[in-house]
Design a protein around this ligand. Structure first.
Ligand code: UDP
Ligand code: MG
Length: 310
């Protein structure tokens, strides 16, 4: 039986959401009337989700469990989903039901019209704190303005991609991943579909501020050299200011002014430039660390248990 739709849900401690996720995906996909599979990627859960996934897989052959040996992160779990998906259309969805499975039908409609990437745009977000909404809004706009690919704003990982696109993405084995950037980068015919992002069904967010920051860094370093160039711009600006300042200060001193005397001015400029240099070093370190990770060439993830046919 040829699978048409592969739905990928990364799972990290979502035990309470699993039955409902399965029920709603099944209801929606059965109504679509074409063969589908649900790939549940267990990203090192510790709350019993793993066992629950395996139980569900016993009862429904449409479920394909991929169990990681430990927590590798949301982005890597999505990647494993791509690797194991067999369908012609591959859909990524959050397991907490913030992305309503019913929207998959809207995505599929656009796919049937010939679009190869159909991403779901969050027109509204329910049940999230103002801090989350604010940081998300800043994040999307920052990424949009400084990266080299035009990554659609207010768009998460919830999307449908054609087999052609997934085959390209499967070849991109970079370690510090930003899937929505990668799927924008590949090109193809892309379109957005608006939807209302629901509140999390149960449990708490697995994205504390620290993880969001890490994701933002992956997005920026993965798709832009801008931070590296900032040091250069800054160098030019401060050199420019010095060139202007030298004759002015010299003239003032010759004219007998005491305005630039004392070590405070010296100290401030030394500390300031020292700070800028350290920050620039840190940015260099960030890129070098990533290079080092790539050079090691370790596997992106390790599975403890997974379907045999990949
Ligand atoms: N997730 C994961 N690994 C992680 C963190 C999260 O697989 O290390 C999954 C999580 O189970 C959920 C999805 O990624 O299905 C999105 O996470 P979450 O809902 O916590 O993020 P938020 O919606 O708050 O941004
Ligand atoms: Mg969520």
């Amino acid at each position: 039986m040829k699978i048409i739709y592969s739905i990928i849900a990364p799972i990290y401690n979502e035990i309470e959401n699993l039955p409902e996720l399965h029920r709603r995906v099944k209801e929606v996909m059965d109504s679509a009337g074409e063969p589908w599979e649900l790939i549940l990627v267990d990203d090192g859960s510790t709350d019993g989700s793993t066992e629950r996934i395996l139980q569900l897989a016993e009862t429904d052959k449409a479920i394909r469990p991929v169990i990681f040996a430990r927590n590798f992160g949301h982005q890597v779990a999505i990647t494993a989903g791509w690797d194991y998906a067999r369908g012609d259309a591959v859909i990524i969805i959050d397991a907490d039901l913030q992305d309503p499975p019913e929207v998959i039908l809207d995505l599929a409609k656009k796919w049937k019209e010939g679009y190869e990437v159909v991403y779901a745009v969050r027109a509204e977000r329910e049940g999230e704190t103002w801090f989350k909404k604010f940081t998300a809004a800043v994040f999307y706009r920052l990424i949009y303005s400084i990266t080299d690919v035009k990554i659609p704003v207010d768009t998460g990982d919830f999307r449908l991609m054609d087999r052609k696109v997934v085959n390209v993405l499967k070849q991109m084995r970079e370690r510090h991943r930003f899937p929505r950037g990668m799927s924008a980068w590949v090109g193809f015919r892309q379109i957005g579909v608006q939807y209302k992002r629901a509140a999390r069904k149960a449990g708490v967010t697995k994205y504390p501020f620290r993880k969001m920051l890490k994701l933002a860094l992956n997005a920026i370093t993965g798709f832009s050299y801008f931070p590296l160039q900032v040091a250069t711009y800054f160098g030019f600006v401060s050199a420019g200011i010095s060139i202007l300042a030298i004759p002015i200060v010299a003239a003032l001193r010759l004219a007998g002014s005491h305005f630039f005397e004392g070590q405070t001015t010296t100290l401030i400029s030394v500390l300031f430039l020292g700070g800028v240099q350290l920050i620039s070093l840190g940015i260099l370190g960030e890129y070098i660390g990533r290079l080092y990770d790539e050079a090691k060439g370790r596997p992106l993830y390790i599975v403890r248990e997974a379907p045999e046919d990949q």
